[in-house]
Design a protein around this ligand. Structure first.
Ligand SMILES: [Fe+2]
Ligand SMILES: [Fe+2]
Length: 360
């Protein structure tokens, strides 16, 4: 086993030994597959080389894959995808068949961009266009759906199905009147009942189109179902819900609660993580997947500096597997267990210069 310079690590390399912080805490365990986020974590801890389990000849040539993707490339992909989704919505509104080939091409582009981009959610937030919520939301749910599949190690074919389902999940809203869709403030009971029909409408639009995979159709129909049976339209439970629909439900919820809408302020990524975990522990969303997703969203390491909602700076001391947004932290006053002190939470990363730290 040979030590390898961290800047030359190839995508997908496996750690050959456990890695510890200078304080002796386990940072990453042997066998962990490295991606760009983990490499950054190591760099932030001052680790410059690591032992790898297995290194194929030629893998080092691909080291450039660890570089963050240029934001302008992602912007192009999002603009292109938004245009495609806009076309699809027009096709549905005017009763024309959906050009599925074009939609699949857009999903292929989204897929390859998402699997090679770190912190895809931050970039999606940064590139949001307030005036085009539906288009933006559809692309974001497709992209986040693909990212969740990648985190779950699902094969490319399934991830692309989830990408298409994410793009199409709210297609049924094309059949709901603009006065309801764009209404500022809360909806009346009748309006809300009509709004909730969008998943059924979406399914009906797609069900006779044999170019749309039946599993994608099912995900569109079921994306508001919840594991505890409290969703809609059919109040299905756990195994009755298609796995694609469970992924879309998570991506959809995350994008919705972090969005700036006329009737709601956006949540910070930390508050959003809290909401997702609460939803999972209440039985709505799948706990295992939420834990993996939240871990990815927060991407914290021992030693990392954060700012608490009290304004105090703190350092992550011990990660928390069950509630990744509530680690044990150390402030100038001493240790604070965020599980026991639930009124205190993390507001932002100390070096986070993106505007993600506001609280709802
Ligand atoms: Fe929806
Ligand atoms: Fe949605």
């Amino acid at each position: 086993m040979k030590k390898t310079d961290i800047r030359l690590l190839p995508l997908g390399a496996k750690l050959g030994q456990d890695i510890f912080t200078s304080g002796g805490l386990l940072l990453l365990s042997k066998g962990k597959i490295l991606d760009a986020a983990l490499v950054r974590k190591l760099v932030s801890q001052g680790i410059i080389d690591v032992y790898l389990e297995h290194l194929e000849p030629g893998m080092l040539d691909e080291s450039s894959q660890f570089m963050d993707k240029d934001e302008s490339e992602l912007r192009e992909v999002i603009n292109y995808s938004r245009a495609v989704v806009g076309e699809v919505l027009d096709q549905v509104r005017s009763g024309r068949p959906i050009e599925y080939d074009v939609l699949e091409d857009a999903t292929d582009v989204i897929y390859s961009e998402v699997v090679n981009t770190n912190n895809i959610f931050r970039q999606l937030i940064a590139l949001r266009d307030k005036d085009e919520y539906t288009l933006q939301h559809s692309v974001a749910v497709g992209a986040l759906g693909v990212k969740i599949c990648q985190l779950l190690n699902w094969p490319e074919s399934k991830a692309k199905h989830v990408g298409v389902a994410g793009i199409l999940h709210d297609i049924g809203k094309a059949q709901i009147s603009d006065s309801i869709i764009n209404k500022p403030g809360s909806l009346s009971e009748i309006e809300w009942a009509e709004m909730k029909r969008h998943s059924q409408y979406g399914y009906e639009i797609l069900k006779n189109d044999c170019s749309v995979d039946p599993q994608v159709q099912m995900a569109v129909l079921q994306h508001h179902e919840r594991i505890n049976g409290k969703g809609y339209p059919l109040r299905l439970r756990d195994r009755q819900i298609h796995p694609y629909a469970k992924i879309i439900a998570i991506a959809d919820t995350f994008d919705a609660i972090t969005s700036d809408r006329s009737y709601q302020k956006p949540m910070s990524v930390f508050s959003a993580a809290d909401e997702l975990l609460k939803d999972a522990y209440r039985g709505g969303l799948e706990v295992e997947t939420i834990l993996i997703f939240v871990d990815y969203l927060l991407d914290m390491a021992p030693g990392e500096k954060v700012v608490l909602n009290t304004g105090e700076e703190a350092e992550i001391h011990l990660l928390n597997r069950n509630e990744p947004n509530r680690p044990l932290v150390r402030t100038s006053e001493g240790f604070v267990d965020l599980v026991r002190n639930r009124e205190i939470c993390i507001a932002s990363f100390a070096n986070d210069n993106e505007k993600l730290s506001y609280q709802r």
